[in-house]
Design a protein around this ligand. Structure first.
Ligand SMILES: C[S@@+](CC[C@H](N)C(=O)[O-])C[C@H]1O[C@@H](n2cnc3c(N)ncnc32)[C@H](O)[C@@H]1O
Length: 450
């Protein structure tokens, strides 16, 4: 029997279902399904918008649906997800008229369920079309209202309001709901930023120079990973905040650098692009992750400057000499609360307990790597989160426990102009609302010369 082609909304529903069941991260799933269903660029864009948008705004959508679904707990999860993605389109997208959204939802529910389900879906959506969604003003508590308005769990809202204040939290959560732009890092070893931008524009890309980092470009149209320049190793896909780490590390041409948490190799390759005879030793837990670093090193023709090893970096002292490295980077495993625009499901799954456990691993990694830094050398700690327990508190406790290190006084000298206002001593916290880049934390330490 001939299989009928699956529609974009049907595929979006598959994504929502898998993410809900914790079967996969939304970003990985999306890429796989775009390939599997051979979607056109327009359909891929729509699929991304509907599935990410629905996940991003899940709590708000549930609030909108609440007066219209009598027994949400007894309703099958795919039906709830179908209603969420339909209401998302009705409220937040103006491309498709409501009647077309409702028609498609009913068709999907006929295919997946029975008649009762499709008439329930039809009834709920038609009621919403007629009566509108409930006002958020009905929620009296400020923090609970914000939590529903920006669809972030209330424990996280309370935690951030305590850490950063109400306004900053609100700004951050609002930016977290927007789609990120793709940014690329120019391989300055091979080509200048202007030359690369001209080549890409000829290929049909709409690119501009980044205002945050001097080697970055922003793509307003087209996926840079599909460009000829990407294949040739002229560029890598990387967020601007992430690029700041190599600046903070400030390796010299011939330095020995240890990158303790290196996969998939974004920062390793960035650092290596700035070396001549120097070497980056790139470590990560598992061989399959280390393979990703090797692939990037190959593509960028940096094999001479990168050595890889699968290793639990808490054991680095068993493999490397004390004071053997000019620069050491710990780009630590973290809660990822700074990258919610790319991984919207993260905010619903992470817990306070995860943050506590991660901060303990982060401290262990720093503890293990510290003896490997040469006297006068530098140790940089970074995360893609905004949470203080994983950031300033880890950095502070490291300095307290390591009198042989000092707070690096020269961090700001190496950092781009754009981030200068946000540097505090030896640390930099980038919030997503500053440049619309990822939320990121960087701390730099110098080993004292005794
Ligand atoms: C934030 S990611 C690193 C991203 C990478 N630096 C980049 O720029 O592409 C953190 C990495 O730490 C690795 N990791 C976690 N625990 C580790 C450990 N104990 N030893 C080594 N690597 C570890 C994870 O596998 C993950 O790849």
């Amino acid at each position: 029997m001939k299989q009928t082609k699956k529609g974009v909304r049907d595929i979006a529903l598959d994504i929502l279902e898998s993410v809900e069941k914790n079967q996969s991260y939304s970003n990985l799933l999306l890429n796989n399904l775009i390939k599997k269903h051979q979607l056109s660029p327009v359909d891929s864009g729509l699929l991304t918008e509907i599935s990410y948008g629905t996940i991003q705004r899940k709590m708000t959508l549930d609030y909108f649906l609440s007066p219209y679904i009598k027994q949400p707990k007894k309703t099958q999860s795919w039906v709830i997800n179908l209603l969420r993605l339909s209401v998302y389109q009705m409220v937040y997208l103006d491309k498709v008229p409501d009647h077309a959204i409702i028609f498609e939802a009913v068709e999907i529910s006929k295919k997946r369920g029975h008649k009762g389900t499709s008439s329930m879906v039809n009834g709920v959506l038609r009621n919403i079309q007629r009566n509108g969604v409930p006002s958020l003003d009905a929620i009296k508590d400020d923090l609970e209202r914000l939590s529903i308005e920006v669809s972030h769990p209330v424990w996280l809202i309370k935690r951030w309001v305590e850490q950063f204040g109400y306004e900053k939290t609100k700004e951050m959560c609002e930016v977290n709901l927007t789609a990120p732009l793709q940014t690329g890092r120019v391989n300055l070893k091979k080509i200048s930023r202007n030359e690369l931008m001209s080549i890409l524009r000829e290929e049909g890309y709409d690119v501009e120079a980044s205002e945050v980092v001097p080697e970055a470009i922003v793509s307003y149209r087209g996926n840079l990973a599909h460009s000829e320049s990407y294949k040739l190793g002229y560029l890598s896909i990387q967020d601007e905040s992430s690029m700041l780490v190599a600046h903070a590390l400030g390796a010299n041409d011939n330095d020995a650098v240890l990158d303790c948490c290196a996969a998939p190799g974004g920062k390793t390759t960035h650092i290596a692009e700035g070396l001549t005879t120097g070497q980056v030793y790139a470590l990560d837990l598992h061989e399959h992750k280390v393979k990703l670093i090797k692939e990037q090193a190959e593509r960028l023709k940096l094999r001479n400057n990168i050595k890889t090893m699968a290793l639990d970096s808490r054991k680095v002292q068993e493999h490397f000499n004390k004071e053997g490295f000019d620069r050491v980077l710990i780009d630590a495993p973290c809660s990822g609360l700074g990258v919610m625009r790319r991984k919207p499901d993260v905010k619903y799954t992470k817990t306070k307990d995860d943050i506590m456990k991660l901060s303990s691993i982060q401290k262990q990694l720093l503890e293990a790597a510290a003896p490997l830094v040469k006297q006068g050398g530098r140790l940089v700690y970074s995360t893609c989160t905004v949470d203080r327990e994983e950031n300033d508190q880890v950095a502070m406790s490291f300095l307290q426990d390591h009198p042989d290190f000092e707070s690096d006084p020269s961090l700001s000298e190496r950092m781009p102009e754009s981030v200068q206002p946000f540097i505090e001593g030896n640390t930099l916290q980038v919030f997503p609302q500053y440049f619309s880049s990822d939320g990121f934390f960087i701390a730099s330490f110098r080993k004292k010369v005794l």
